[in-house]
Design a protein around this ligand. Structure first.
Ligand code: C2E
Ligand code: MG
Ligand code: MG
Length: 745
């Protein structure tokens, strides 16, 4: 009839029975005693018997009432028997009172149906009813049998009903008690699971305020738990994650999401950032209305740090700690996407450290590495924090400057070049570097970073072609595919063997007399497919591939041979000079002095007739070779002076240079651009003070000649006088000996 409690099966059922019995014994006898005290007993009642019966019932009821747990089964059964006995006694003592018999029968019906199984109860009631029936017949009251049968049936029914009712009430009471207990246990389990959880937990109201937080969360945040309660979680959210967190919260509360997981950042009490693995879900009431949120928060800072370290490694150059190619491209992508305003632009620089290989080969890799680190450092400190400097690989660096147009980019390139031209201190040696820089400016958010890099690289290649340590802005025509370059390199290798190279010569004129002072040998390549190629299109390839060494040897020998022929034409009068260009790589080669000596010996021209042209940056690195060459008796000229971030100061440190060739770019705007005029004037003045002759390159107009003469420049070279031409054509010019008519003007 009642479900035994899971804790002690049978026990609580017994307790229930004891309680029910106690109610009857205690309650019944207490009312009885009260009645005896107040009302006169009916006539014929045995007073003493009644009192004893009621007293015994009261005692028994009291015991059952206060110690229901202690009652063993047998005692309970005994109590039942006693109950029966009491009522039987009552029947006896009360004499002929009819109600007592009915009371007795009601009692038996109740207890039988309450305590016994249905079958046993029916048997018991049946036996009892039959017994009374028999007794009535035996007493000769057979006529009362029908009345008794009806009474007994009614009483039995009432007993059953009462038993059922009591059972029902009890079951209901037990059930609600159990429910209450289950709730209490669930609550307790939740409380301990919440409070003692190893990870942070919070109950949050729908506005995002923490209603309850556990110890782990308090520890994680560095605040006492009570300081967190009532605060909104967003008060602790990292500014960068705020928007996403609010968005997710909104989705949860509106039911768009039933739960979500995310990684977010909170700010710890002491100010540092804590990475949190957050999992939040919405709790609804029975009607489905959202009531609050429950969130689990785990400190994932360590994992995040490890992840970030790995990412950094994947995106960083280990030597210089600069971003690597991958990160650069990513940043460029972001920068392009950001560039929505019209007129905004960004610049990508491709920087190649000139002659880095030389340092690496001569001073060792460790020194080379230190040099790269130092270069990286200089670039980093020079540029704005918002610019991205990355190491692209080897001696190549790339730079991304947002909001930078061509003019600004040129300024940046000049600053970089200036900074890199300052000497580097390596193992107590001063090393001079220069950089060739290619620049591309983008104004189109749809540009592809890879394309921009390729264009910047092409521009850098052009800068190198133009003589290194310069910068060049990208122009569409510069797209030289690397495959093309490779083919060209192979072709060049063969060109040397097949004799596809030849020399043109260009005169150098004395500006006061118009006399031809020298001729400069300029190499040409008659390419079988591309036709005649200018040196700028293959000298850089020869440099990079090392082919410049055999090529340079050939130029020297061939030029000296030609010079010997002209010398013979002039009856050995060596007033003519021969100028030969020498590339940085040749200058760095130990054998150069030997090659020059051999060329001189072979051709038997006097060493003073030969002049070598080198660029300023190459000269700075090749001082010892230059000294040897000087000792041989050959002349030295600095070519293209004024570009490549020249410094007049460098010239002072070089072994006696006899000639400075002022770059064409200054000559171009002479007389028209005051700053250029001023530079040329300064170069000429300084060279004169050092007893160095000056030669202006690329003279194209009479006006330029006039200006140069005015400034005191010694000699000039350019299309105005003569274009480079094959030896035979120059021989004709040499015979006329003077180009005097071209200098007046
Ligand atoms: P560079 O030594 O400065 O030679 C002068 C260049 O300016 C030559 O170009 C010449 O043709 C050009 N030029 C001369 N006057 C004028 C003018 O009035 N207007 C214009 N627009 N250009 C003029 P080229 O022959 O194309 O040579 C380019 C560079 O290639 C040379 O510059 C030199 O650095 C290098 N080069 C030439 N031959 C050799 C060589 O045999 N060995 C090495 N290592 N480099 C060479
Ligand atoms: Mg030259
Ligand atoms: Mg030049």
């Amino acid at each position: 009839m009642h479900g035994p409690s899971p804790a002690s099966p049978g026990r609580s059922a017994r307790v229930q029975r004891a309680r029910v019995l106690s109610f009857f014994f205690f309650g019944g006898s207490a009312i009885g005693l009260l009645a005896v005290a107040v009302l006169p007993l009916p006539a014929g009642t045995n007073t003493a018997g009644t009192l004893v019966t009621l007293g015994l019932s009261l005692a028994l009821g009291t015991v059952l009432l206060i110690r229901p747990h202690r009652i063993p089964d047998w005692a309970l059964n005994l109590a039942l028997a006693a109950g029966t006995a009491v009522i039987s006694f009552d029947v006896y003592f009360a004499g002929d009172v009819q109600t007592n018999i009915e009371m007795f029968y009601l009692w038996v019906a109740f207890y039988a149906f309450y305590f016994l199984s249905l079958r046993l109860a029916l048997v018991q009631l049946g036996v009892l009813a039959a017994g009374y029936g028999v007794a009535l017949v035996a007493r000769g009251e057979a006529d009362a049998v029908t009345r008794w049968t009806i009474t007994i049936g009614t009483l039995a029914l009432a007993g059953i009903l009462i038993a059922r009712l009591v059972g029902q009430i009890q079951a209901w009471a037990t059930h609600s008690a159990q429910r209450e207990e289950q709730l209490r246990q669930a609550e307790e389990r939740f409380r301990s699971a919440f409070d003692d959880a190893a990870i942070g937990m919070a109950l949050t109201d729908l506005d995002g305020r923490w209603m309850r937080v556990n110890r782990a969360l308090a520890d994680l945040m560095g605040y006492p738990a009570q300081d967190l309660v009532g605060k909104a979680s967003v008060e602790f959210t990292h500014a960068e994650d705020l928007e996403a967190d609010l968005e997710a919260h909104k989705k949860l509360v509106t039911g768009a999401l039933s739960q979500y997981q995310t990684e977010t950042r909170y700010v710890h009490a002491d100010g540092h950032t804590v990475w949190i693995g957050l999992s939040a879900s919405l709790v609804r009431d029975r009607k489905g209305q959202p009531v609050h949120l429950i969130a689990q928060m785990q400190d994932i800072s360590e994992r995040k740090a490890a992840e970030q370290e790995l990412t950094a490694r994947a995106l960083q150059d280990p030597l210089t700690s600069l971003p690597n190619r991958l990160l650069f491209i990513d940043r460029a992508q972001v920068a392009l996407a950001r560039m929505e305003r019209p007129h905004s632009s960004l610049a990508v620089f491709f920087l190649d450290v000139d002659r880095f290989k030389l340092v690496n080969d001569s001073l060792g890799h460790a020194a080379g590495d230190r040099l790269l680190v130092e270069v990286a450092e200089r670039l980093r400190t020079l540029l704005r924090p918002s610019d991205t400097v990355s190491r692209f690989g080897g001696d190549e660096f790339t730079i991304l400057c947002e909001g930078t147009d061509e003019e600004a980019a040129s300024g940046v390139a000049a600053r970089i070049a200036e900074r890199l031209s300052e000497p580097f201190d390596l193992d107590e040696r001063e090393v001079f570097l220069n950089a060739s820089i290619g620049i591309v400016v983008s104004r189109n958010p749809d540009d592809d970073p890879e394309d921009l890099l390729r264009d910047a690289d092409a521009a850098m290649y052009r800068a190198k072609q133009q003589g290194r340590s310069r910068f060049a802005l990208f122009e569409g025509a510069m797209r030289i595919r690397s495959a093309e370059r490779l083919t060209l390199e192979n072709d060049l290798r063969r060109a040397l063997e097949k004799g596809e190279l030849r020399l043109d010569y260009q005169p150098e004129i004395e500006l006061d007399s118009g006399r031809i002072y020298a001729v400069e040998a300029l190499v040409r390549w008659d390419h079988p497919r591309h036709g005649t190629m200018p040196p700028n299109s293959f000298i850089p390839i020869a440099e990079d591939s090392g082919l410049i060494i055999p090529l340079g040897d050939w130029v020297l020998r061939e030029a000296c041979r030609q010079a010997a022929a002209w010398l013979a034409d002039r009856d050995g009068e060596p007033s003519l000079r021969l100028s030969v260009n020498v590339s940085p790589r040749q200058l760095a080669d130990d054998r150069l002095t030997e090659v020059v000596r051999e060329a001189l010996d072979r051709s038997s021209i006097p060493p003073s007739m030969l002049r070598l042209e080198i660029t300023e940056s190459a000269a700075v690195d090749g001082i010892s070779t230059l000294t040897q060459l000087k000792e041989l008796g050959v002349g030295l000229a600095i070519d293209d002076f004024g570009v490549g971030f020249s410094s007049l100061n460098h010239i002072r440190r070089l072994p006696p240079v006899d000639t400075l060739k002022i770059d064409k770019s200054f000559v171009d705007h002479l007389g028209r651009r005051p700053s250029d005029t001023a530079v040329v004037a300064a170069i000429v003045g300084m060279a004169r003070s050092l007893s160095i002759a000056t030669v202006a390159e690329g003279i194209e107009t009479a006006e330029q000649v006039r200006k140069l003469r005015e400034l005191g420049c010694d000699r000039g070279q350019g299309y105005h006088f003569a274009r480079p031409a094959p030896a035979s054509a120059v021989s004709q010019l040499l015979l006329s000996a003077s180009l005097g008519e071209l200098i007046s003007g």
